[in-house]
Design a protein around this ligand. Structure first.
Ligand SMILES: NC(=O)c1ccc[n+]([C@@H]2O[C@H](COP(=O)([O-])OP(=O)(O)OC[C@H]3O[C@@H](n4cnc5c(N)ncnc54)[C@H](O)[C@@H]3O)[C@@H](O)[C@H]2O)c1
Ligand SMILES: O=C(O)[C@H](O)[C@H](O)COP(=O)(O)O
Length: 329
């Protein structure tokens, strides 16, 4: 048996005891590949592997599946599976798994709120002034309070519901939720008022993006939808970069329609130092690290190892995407 860990080997993301467990099943190899690697090269590189533990990149597309032979499982070290062509995986008999909901919920929702608070209180810029010996400039850092704001959560799943609960209980926010796949009652248990997209855009002081990326919601935050938002809205995105049309967001930051943006995710990752977002002081970018707490990463690794063991023992993984997703054709 051969197990490939792709783009997840660096910086201790997969813990040594997990590697040891995997080595009990077979040979474990690690690959670091460019996110733009073509499917054919990726498939040829991973030919002969039965199990892949995969990061958020690269893309496992049609060409990839055409070039692998006895692959059994792609275990996403994460929740978003937008980098895997599920239809082709299904045709080829490859199981695609993701980590159980609760594994990432707390760390990711925590980072959505952390980044949001850092934006609203200008924490990064004010702290930088102290390093630059400019304490006297403190009056430049009058922010906004998060307490009692109207927050719009787009995508009320694991992350979204926990963001909502924390902001409602902790910060006494009113939380509006837009999620076409969740009914009113489901949202109410998190204290979220179910609204349509237009209402959310129109009424929210703060918008938290927590939806999975699909063909339907690609660039859902664009010139048209931004124009419907309140002037001076704050946005925090921990879901996927491609939910936002970056060129339209840059325009909105320039004309101050959007007061500030925090994003942990970019349409093209890694984002480089010269990305146009970085011309703005009121933008915070974190390098896709919402899940990066020791607690969360350990549980993610554990889950991937369990998935490999389950498929190796002819059982289904705990969360098989093809079984549970409404987005599989
Ligand atoms: N930054 C990170 O490190 C990190 C970590 C975990 C997850 N994520 C991303 O965040 C996403 C959400 O994570 P989750 O655990 O909450 O997933 P989830 O599947 O529990 O929740 C996603 C929610 O979005 C909803 N949704 C789907 N399409 C929508 C649309 N067009 N408009 C509004 N809502 C829509 C779904 O119905 C679902 O309730 C993941 O798919 C992943 O891409 C990022
Ligand atoms: O979808 C997720 O859960 C995360 O975006 C992602 O998986 C982060 O972890 P990585 O794949 O970089 O290990």
């Amino acid at each position: 048996m051969k197990i490939a860990i792709v783009n997840s080997s660096s910086f201790g993301k997969i813990f040594p005891d997990h590697i040891k467990k995997l080595e009990k099943i077979g040979q474990v190899d690690r690959f670091e590949v460019d996110q733009n690697i073509d499917g054919k090269s990726l498939g040829q590189m991973l030919k002969g592997y039965q199990y892949i533990i995969a990061s958020v990149t690269p893309f496992f597309d049609k060409e990839f599946f055409e070039n692998v032979d006895d692959l059994r499982l792609i275990s996403r070290h994460g929740i978003g599976y937008n980098n895997v062509d599920l239809t082709c995986a299904k045709e080829k008999g490859v199981i695609v798994s993701i980590v159980p909901s609760l594994v990432e919920r707390d760390s990711v929702s925590e980072n959505n709120i952390t980044n949001l608070l850092a934006l609203m209180r200008m924490t990064i810029n004010s702290s930088k002034k102290v390093r630059d010996d400019k304490w006297e400039m403190r009056a430049n850092f009058v922010g906004n309070s998060l307490y009692h704001k109207i927050v719009g959560v787009i995508g009320v799943g694991n992350t979204g519901s926990q963001v909502a609960r924390t902001l409602r209980e902790g910060f006494q926010c009113r939380v509006l939720g837009y999620d076409p796949y969740k009914d009113k009652l489901e949202l109410e248990q998190f204290g979220v008022e179910k609204v349509d997209f237009e209402t959310l855009l129109k009424k929210s002081d703060v918008i938290c993006l927590c939806a999975n990326l699909t063909k339907e919601n690609y660039h859902m935050i664009n010139k048209n939808t931004i124009s419907k938002m309140k002037n001076g809205v704050y946005i925090s995105n921990t879901a996927r970069g491609a939910l936002i049309d970056e060129k339209d967001m840059i325009e909105a930051l320039k004309n101050k329609k959007v007061k500030a943006l925090a994003t942990d995710v970019m349409e093209v990752e890694p984002a480089r130092y010269n990305h146009p977002y970085l011309q703005f002081d009121n933008v915070i970018i974190t390098p896709h690290t919402s899940a990066y707490t020791k607690e969360c990463l350990y549980a993610m690794g554990e889950s991937c190892v369990n998935d490999v063991y389950n498929v190796h023992n002819k059982k289904l993984p705990k969360r098989c995407v093809q079984k549970e997703s409404p987005f599989v054709e």
